[in-house]
Ligand binder design. Structure first.
Ligand code: HEC
Length: 143
């Protein structure tokens, strides 16, 4: 008579549930902290398709600081992206723009696009080009 064939337990079944849970956490955790850079990465790729030059953080900073008719991005976001800003017209506090101090920043593409549109219009009286948005986004993402 043939001996009963007992299938070998898979490695998964042999691994303790605790170890598996730990592995899952290790795999998932970096995705949370990477949320901002993942969003930025995707958006930079999209902007790049419509921009002639590779993006430059220093060009982004220059655009951020450039003044048109007495207005600039710093009018509301202030001279440092690491501290609270203040809306020039309404006086409302705007939280720091730098993702290093404010991890909520640059995590939501809809929000980023909405405010690029509004704020470029308010500041420069026109929409920003893909080149300008990419340069600024690259610089901001490093702050
Ligand atoms: C009139 C005031 C004002 C000016 C000037 C301004 N912003 Fe803003 N900006 C805001 C407000 C208000 C928000 C949304 C509130 C918030 O997120 O705290 C915002 C949010 C943003 C965001 C969204 C960031 C995120 O992920 O949360 C971006 C990007 C941005 N601004 C870029 C710019 C750029 C680029 C300029 C210059 C062209 C600029 N802003 C000038 C008021 C301003």
């Amino acid at each position: 008579m043939q001996p009963l064939h007992i299938p070998r337990k898979s490695w998964l079944a042999k691994t303790s549930p605790l170890l598996l849970a730990a592995a899952v956490i290790v795999v998932l955790l970096p995705n949370y902290s990477l949320a901002a850079s993942e969003t930025t990465k995707t958006m930079l790729q999209e902007f790049q398709a419509d921009a002639a030059e590779p993006f430059s953080a220093s060009a982004g900073l220059a655009t951020w600081n450039s003044v048109a008719n007495g207005r600039s991005c710093t009018s509301c976001h202030t001279d440092s992206v690491h501290v609270d800003g203040r809306h020039e017209r309404t006086g409302k506090i705007i939280e720091p723009m730098a993702p290093s101090v404010n991890p909520q920043r640059l995590t939501n593409r809809k929000k980023i696009n909405k405010w690029f549109f509004r704020n470029c219009k308010w500041t420069f009286g026109r929409e920003c080009t893909a080149q300008e948005k990419g340069d600024i986004l690259l610089w901001l993402s490093q702050q």
